[in-house]
Ligand binder design. Structure first.
Ligand code: ARG
Length: 467
């Protein structure tokens, strides 16, 4: 007989239980307990299938279901005691169930923790993607709100962080909506990839028992649009595949990159040098030393957290690389980075939405910045093009006009007709109308351009898309 009591689930061939140090080192229940609702959902479907094929009785199934429901309620109420000696969420729940329901000893029939954890995680990914898509939507609505309240505001658009051409602020904000929309599509694709049921793969090579994988898949909602069950096609791949984890973390990392770029814009726009916006006090902090300071900490933290999201992706890529098929215990380390990416992406999106919801646009500063006629130098070149001048020649001529204005120390639109005619004979008396901002914007009428007709169209499109 064993000197000490052996481990309850796999201890049959062991004479000693794990060292306390090994238990602390190898436990995952401190982080995978959040999978409990999915683990219980999976166990209910698995036991329903066992009853369906006659491997357990209907009475046993019902007793198992009742026990699992009670445990789920206890977990939800915070009354369940998690035990690190039982390693992970799966064994904690199974042991608690076995104490109450004798039939629970049959629950693990034709199942391994390898296909169990793969199933739990696929259910988890489907839920997590739905949640992130909702948060992306909420962030998009907050951004759309700012665009709507400032429909007529123009700002300079920048390349190389140098003033380039005028755009409606709404057009700039719509660029953010496009980024977040692609993110939502990515999470929808991840959820679709998650939608295959691995149960029945066993530890590596399935089972000799007459199970019905399609039944389990259907019960768990792993189905296609027509309601047909989707079951994984290779037992070895199903227990060792971690592509989804990487795809999910990658989608989160890309949200992080997008949010970080938006954050950087807002940080610049809040500086005294720009002063296009003021961020809400509720999402800023002060300095413990300099009484005048108001810092855009929410945006800086988003920028910082994007690094963490990239780190999580990298952890997962490195974890999977070089692992021989199939399951290796290394793979337990796949959960902390996934959960962290999920939680941090969710809170970043919430904070971004909150910050946009309370943002004030400083219209006069925007108007002053966009009034610079140099922003319409390209329009002046287009004026010459309309008069039949080849673009390269027009570009050169306007360059000379810019230099002349600089030499004279005047704004571009303050030169005389004679001045510009001396540069190029095709400048007519109406040359200066090129600097009329309203007309200049109205000319930008093609799809995807920042002209007022397009902006109106995009408002309609986003309102429809975001409901
Ligand atoms: N806690 C484990 C994990 O997350 C569950 C799978 C354990 N499987 C095993 N063969 N030890 O990876």
């Amino acid at each position: 007989m064993a000197k000490k009591k052996a481990q309850a689930t796999w201890g049959g061939r062991f004479s000693e239980k794990p060292a306390e140090l090994m238990q602390r080192f190898s436990e995952s229940v401190s982080f995978d307990s959040r999978l409990a609702p999915f683990d219980i959902q999976g166990s209910k479907a698995h036991s329903a299938m066992l009853a369906h094929v006659g491997l357990i009785s209907k009475k046993e199934r019902d007793a198992i279901h009742r026990g699992l429901d009670t445990i789920l309620a206890e977990i939800a109420a915070g009354k369940f005691t998690w035990d690190v000696q039982l390693e992970d969420v799966h064994m904690n729940i199974e042991q608690a169930l076995t104490k109450r329901v004798p039939a629970a000893a049959k629950l693990h029939t034709a199942r391994s923790r390898n296909d169990q954890v793969a199933t739990d995680m696929r259910l988890y990914f489907k839920a997590a993607c739905t949640e992130i898509i909702q948060r992306l939507d909420a962030a998009q609505r907050a951004i759309l709100g700012v665009a709507e309240q400032n429909r007529d505001v123009l700002i300079p658009g920048y390349t190389h962080l140098q003033r380039a051409q005028p755009v409606f602020l709404a057009h700039h904000l719509f660029a953010y909506l496009e980024m977040l929309q692609r993110d939502a599509e990515r999470f929808a694709a991840v959820a679709d990839h998650a939608n295959w049921c691995p149960l029945g793969s066993g530890a590596i090579a399935g089972t000799t028992l007459p199970i019905d994988r399609e039944f389990t898949a259907k019960t768990l909602g792993f189905t296609d649009a027509a309601g047909r069950p989707r079951v994984t096609q290779n037992s070895m791949d199903a227990v060792s595949d971690r592509d989804l984890y990487i795809e999910f973390a990658s989608a989160c990392a890309l949200v992080g990159v997008h949010l970080s770029r938006m954050a950087e814009d807002l940080i610049l726009w809040m500086s005294a040098e720009f002063k296009f916006v003021d961020l809400p006090d509720m999402f800023c902090t002060g300095s413990s030393l300099m009484p005048q300071k108001k810092n855009p900490d929410s945006m800086e933290l988003i920028r910082g957290k994007s690094a963490r999201l990239q780190g999580n992706l990298h952890t997962l890529l490195t974890l999977a690389k070089g692992l021989p098929l199939t399951y290796n215990r290394d793979l337990q380390e796949d959960k902390p980075p996934v959960f962290d990416s999920h939680d941090q992406t969710a809170i970043c999106l919430e904070v971004l939405a909150g910050t946009f919801a309370g943002l004030t646009v400083l219209r006069e500063r925007c108007a002053a910045a966009v009034a610079d006629p140099a922003l319409l130098a390209t329009d002046l070149a287009d004026y010459l093009v309309r008069a039949g001048v080849p673009f390269r020649e027009a570009h050169h001529a306007v360059g000379a006009v810019v230099r002349l204005a600089e030499e004279r120390g005047v704004a571009l639109d303050r030169l005389t007709h004679a001045d510009v005619r001396s540069v190029h004979p095709k400048f007519g008396r109406d040359w200066v109308t090129s600097f009329h901002l309203d007309k200049a914007m109205a000319r930008r009428r093609g799809t995807g351009m920042p002209g007022p007709a397009q902006v109106t169209r995009q408002f309609a499109r986003w309102k429809k898309l975001l409901g």
